[in-house]
Design a protein around this ligand. Structure first.
Ligand SMILES: [Zn+2]
Length: 115
């Protein structure tokens, strides 16, 4: 197989390593071996992000609870995040998670913020 064909298969190869053709090619092709190590490095970097947890700003939850309707709360957060994607990049998921938790808690009847 040609390098171009092999390199198209590398993203899936790095996760499963189940292709004999790719394995054989990598054993004798230095450029493709370097390419696969780039994918592996990227995979490690992305995996390390899984452990990253950032706390939402202190005034976020009170601001969310100030919106009476839980559905509107989540919609407000989603709309804000969608409009400011670049600003939030990495923390968007954490913020969306906090909004989701706020929705779930209010559905279960617990009040987190005293009236
Ligand atoms: Zn190659």
């Amino acid at each position: 197989m040609r390098c171009e064909e092999i390199q198209e298969m590398l993203p899936s190869y790095v996760t499963s390593e189940d292709s004999l053709a790719v394995r054989r090619h990598l054993a004798r092709c230095e450029p493709c071996k370097k390419e696969v190590s780039r994918y592996q490095e990227l995979g490690r970097s992305l995996s390390s992000l899984r452990g990253v947890h950032s706390e939402p700003a202190q005034d976020l939850l009170p601001a969310l609870y100030a919106i009476a309707d839980p559905e509107t709360r989540v919609a407000a957060v989603r709309t804000h995040l969608a409009r400011n994607k670049k600003t939030y990049a990495g923390v968007a998921v954490a913020i969306a998670g906090a909004a989701g938790a706020a929705l779930w808690r209010s559905r279960s009847g617990r009040r987190l913020i005293p009236a």
